[in-house]
Design a protein around this ligand. Structure first.
Ligand SMILES: [Zn+2]
Length: 416
């Protein structure tokens, strides 16, 4: 179910140091139905490692995707925010790369074809590759041809033989999820047309540290990318990282642009600038992670002390946000035992139970029915939105606790 690799995922070096000891977690998105309450959910490590040779941040404990994803099927278009996000993404890429109608586009991990539909509407000929068979079939039936496969060099060779090369290859998130990035890069290199561009988006390690977004470290996110290691990695696979753009998604991401080595596009100054910024920040230095680790520990201690005290006073404490990151916060800070229930606005999550601790997930109606004294916002990056939506709870005397980036208590008085 889990294996521990001993070498860097990008450069193969054996000199990898554990820089962040995290609390072991059950699969973070495994919110279970009542019928599975008897099962014990196993915990797996999510420690962060740093390669001493290339500076890549990564997890070395690889949990079987079958266990992580199971039968859970997620479609892009079920999230309205993402449809709009990919529309803007398509516009930006078309504009930036000056792609003309008739160009060929391939999307790796294309899901239900949301991004490709946008490209198609702009005149591109599109093909998707996605391992989820039912989703691939539905996307094809809806007019976006999608191969049901894990993209790798073998699949790339077959596509190249049958259809030739592509002017645009995109991959979003899959580049953080894949254990064998070398083979994926090899496949991309094979399938790019001369002058073609590979665009991929990954969350940015630098922003993750600056913004205290350690809750983005979990089993599915095997890589936490930064520019310097990616540049070296691309070059080793015959690709040239010629542009990098920072985007705000997921608390800070990189949109990366690569072409075949020796390609026609000049290198943007942002590549060297970001690498300089990474070095200045100490992104490849162990000391940076020691300091980060201490900040996480202090934030956890502050929250746990507060909750211990409140529970000792007989107060009722709950959580807000039944998501993957919420599970990481719960385990890292050891606050599972304090929460009577967790509120979530997604009806699919309600009536389920949290991974590991099996805390019941309920709707925000419970703020009224159950009257918790304190509600810890586990999905703290969305705190403003949650507070704004639930002012009535505060006006009745409730309190929201925002655990990060530093502990903050919000009550009716703080709204004035
Ligand atoms: Zn490395």
């Amino acid at each position: 179910m889990v294996y521990h690799r001993t070498t860097c995922r990008l450069c193969g070096s054996g000199k990898v140091d554990r820089v962040l000891k995290m609390a072991d977690c059950p699969p973070v998105d495994a919110y279970i139905p009542r019928s599975r309450l008897g099962e014990r959910q196993e915990l797996f490590p999510i420690d962060l490692y740093l390669c001493r040779d290339c500076g890549h941040g990564q997890l070395l404990d690889v949990v079987s995707p079958k266990l992580l994803f199971g039968s859970y099927i997620y479609t892009t278009s079920s999230s309205p925010g993402l449809v709009e996000y990919f529309r803007r993404y398509a516009d930006d890429v078309m504009e930036r790369l000056q792609l003309k109608p008739g160009a060929w586009a391939l999307d790796i991990g294309s899901n239900d074809g949301t991004l490709l539909r946008h490209f198609k509407a702009r005149g591109l000929t599109v093909l998707g590759v996605d391992p989820a068979e039912s989703i691939a079939r539905a996307a094809t039936a809806a007019g976006t041809e999608t191969l049901a496969d894990f993209f790798n060099s073998g699949v790339a060779a077959r596509i190249r033989q049958q259809r030739g090369t592509f002017d645009l290859v995109t991959a979003n998130n899959v580049f953080a999820h894949s254990d064998d990035l070398g083979d994926m890069a090899k496949g991309v290199q094979m399938i790019l047309a001369p002058g073609g561009v590979f665009v991929f988006e990954v969350s940015y390690l630098l922003d993750m540290i600056k913004g205290m977004i350690f809750d983005f470290i979990y089993h599915e996110h095997l890589s936490h990318h930064s520019v310097k290691p990616l540049q070296t990695f691309m070059a080793r696979h015959g690709l040239h990282l010629f542009d990098v753009q920072k985007t705000p998604s997921k608390g800070g991401s990189l949109r990366c642009f690569a072409q075949l080595a020796g390609g026609p596009r000049p290198e943007a100054s942002t590549v060297a600038e970001l690498i300089r910024e990474e070095a200045r920040f100490g992104l490849y230095d162990l000391a940076t992670y020691q300091a980060y680790s201490k900040r996480i520990e202090e934030a956890g201690d502050a929250l746990r002390r507060l909750m211990e005290q409140r529970v000792a006073e007989g107060k009722k404490v709950a959580g807000y946000g039944a998501s993957a990151t919420g599970t990481v916060v719960t385990y890292q800070f050891g606050i599972g035992p304090f929460m009577k229930f967790i509120i979530d606005d997604n009806p699919d999550r309600q009536e389920r139970f949290s991974p590991g601790h099996h805390i019941p997930i309920v709707s925000s109606k419970s703020l009224d029915d159950e009257r918790p004294d304190d509600v810890v916002i586990l999905v703290w990056r969305f705190a403003d939105m949650i507070v704004a939506r639930n002012r009535a709870y505060l006006e009745r005397g409730g309190r929201f606790i925002v655990p990060l980036p530093t502990l903050k208590i919000i009550d009716a008085a703080s709204l004035k």
